[in-house]
Structures are given as structure tokens and as C-alpha cells.
Design a protein around this ligand. Structure first.
Ligand code: SAH
Length: 272
């Protein structure tokens, strides 16, 4: 696996980034949803089946890649956070290169391409390169995980707003606007939440969120190995550690998180 990836990386770094033939192909930036292949859109499915080339991230599972034609070239460009992955510039160059060969390229991303997916950067690059590009939305992890664990992200009795936040930036770049995040009657969904959970919880509590605020951590949401653990904000870090949650996982923070246990929706019941 590692060997194949490094070969791909070398090849990508040699691609021309600007010059080249007239643009005849096109790129579809497609959201693959949170994991369960049944949560693909019909359009995503159709484009997958027609693609000449698929360029995909680590969050897109083999069941989804398997829907593509056998003759379709499948290029993996992402690995776990800690390991190497193809740099964004290399991915941009690859997409332009493949399209300029006249190919129909599907750039497949977990969830929705425009939610913490860097789809905006790719679209910008492709537009500037003059490559015709479409964007297909996907079910983002927050809504996928919420549905699969019975947590309504908004609810008349609990939350009139929901905010998607990245946990990644939390420890750097000044972090999010904590003051806004602790306002009442809202749900917070932290993506990339695992490694910064302790930091996130203490900042929220410091800024006034009650330490007993319900939280739910959902790992591998919508997949057969989904796990949901619930507790309160002060326990967030311990919940993740004690349950050995390594991700992909997100944290839902707010009183709706307490509803998770009331609405268990085992995946088997829908797989009829
Ligand atoms: N564009 C994606 C998000 C990419 S960022 C989307 O819209 O969903 C990657 C983060 O998404 C992970 O760290 C995790 O927090 C979250 N994530 C993606 N798939 C998930 C899943 N099946 N279950 C739980 N969290 C998931």
C-alpha cells in the first residue's frame, strides 16, 4: 500500500501544472457521504460509474470505490493524518492533468466536498486552469452521524442553531470564536475532534459552557463498525481515551446529545 502510494506521489510531482493541451475533459468534485454506500446521491453514483479516473481520499471506503467501472483508474491520494499524503498542490495538478487528457475525472471526497474537504481550493484551481468542473454535494459526517445515532442536530426544545467546527484549528490559529460557541440553545459539531478533545472541552468550559453539557462521540458513523459513546463535556477526553476512539470521529456537544440513547437506530433494522 505504502509502496503504491509513493509511486503515485512521484508520478504526480512530475506532472505539468499549467501548460498543456486544450482542456477537453472535465472534473466532478463529488461528495461520497459519510461511509455507507447507500448514502451516496444518485448523481454521485452515476458519475462514479461513468468516470475514467477517480481520485479519492482515505475516508472513501472500498465499497464505494468498488462501484466504479473496472477499467476506471483509481488513484488514492490520502492517508491517515499522521502519515504522508499527496500534497494539495499535487492533487490540483493531477486533476488538471487528467482532465486535459480528455478524461472524465471524479474527485471523490468523504462527506461533502465543501465541508472541511478543501473542495473550495480545488474548484478555485480548476477554474483558473479553465477546466470545466461541477460540484456534487454529499451527506456530511455531521448529518450522517446524527441520523445514525438518533441525535437531532436541531430540536424545538433544545437547539435552534447548529455549528460545524473543526477541532484541528482549535489548538492553533487562535482557534474558533469560543465566546460564540458557548451561547445557549445551540448544537456544536466538532469534526477532527479526537486529538484536540481535551483542549476543546476545557476552552468551552472556561468560556462558560456548563461542564455537565451532554456530549456524544460518534466514530465510523453510518458504517457497520459505528460506535456512539455519550457523557458530559468534562468527560469528553476520558470518553475518547477509555473507549480507544481513534476516528474518524466527531463530537456532538449540546443538550441534543443526550437524546442519542433514546433513539437507538441499529443499522441492522434498516438493512432489510
Ligand atoms: N468533508 C467531510 C469532512 C472531512 S474532515 C464531510 O463533509 O464529512 C474529516 C473529519 O470528518 C473526520 O476527522 C471526522 O471528524 C469526520 N468524519 C468523516 N467521516 C466520518 C464518519 N463516518 N464518522 C464520524 N466522523 C466522520
Amino acid at each position: 500500500m505504502g509502496h503504491r502510494t509513493s509511486a503515485t506521489r512521484n508520478k504526480i510531482s512530475m506532472l505539468p501544472t499549467t501548460a498543456g493541451a486544450q482542456s477537453v475533459g472535465l472534473v466532478h468534485i463529488v461528495g461520497a457521504g459519510p461511509g455507507d454506500p447507500e448514502l451516496l446521491t444518485i448523481r454521485a453514483m452515476r458519475l462514479l460509474k461513468n468516470a475514467d479516473v477517480i481520485v479519492y481520499d482515505r475516508l472513501v471506503g472500498p465499497d464505494i470505490i468498488g462501484l466504479a467501472r473496472q477499467s476506471c483508474r483509481k488513484i488514492f491520494v490520502g492517508k491517515k493524518k499522521s502519515a504522508h499524503s499527496v500534497p494539495q498542490a499535487g492533487i490540483n495538478a493531477l486533476l488538471v492533468y487528467e482532465a486535459r487528457q480528455g478524461r472524465t475525472v471524479v474527485r471523490l471526497k468523504g462527506g461533502d466536498p465543501f465541508i472541511f474537504g478543501r473542495g473550495g481550493e480545488e474548484l478555485d484551481y480548476l477554474r483558473k486552469a479553465g477546466v470545466p468542473t461541477t460540484v456534487v454535494p454529499g451527506i456530511t459526517a455531521a448529518t450522517g452521524c446524527a441520523a445514525a445515532s438518533g441525535i437531532p442536530l436541531t430540536h424545538r426544545d433544545h437547539a435552534n442553531a447548529v455549528t460545524f467546527v473543526t477541532g484541528h484549528a482549535a489548538a492553533g490559529n487562535g482557534g474558533p470564536d469560543w465566546v460564540n460557541l458557548v451561547r445557549s440553545n445551540q448544537t456544536l459539531v466538532f469534526y477532527m475532534a479526537v486529538s484536540t478533545a481535551g483542549f476543546t472541552a476545557s476552552r468551552l468550559i472556561e468560556h462558560g459552557l456548563n461542564s455537565t453539557t451532554p456530549v456524544a462521540v460518534i466514530e465510523n458513523g453510518t458504517l457497520p463498525n459505528q460506535r456512539t459513546v455519550t457523557g458530559s463535556l468534562s468527560d469528553l477526553e476520558a470518553m475518547i481515551r477509555d473507549n480507544a476512539i481513534t476516528g474518524p470521529a466527531l463530537a456532538v456537544i449540546g443538550s441534543v446529545a443526550a437524546l442519542a440513547d433514546m433513539l437507538p437506530l441499529p443499522l441492522e433494522t434498516i438493512a432489510v
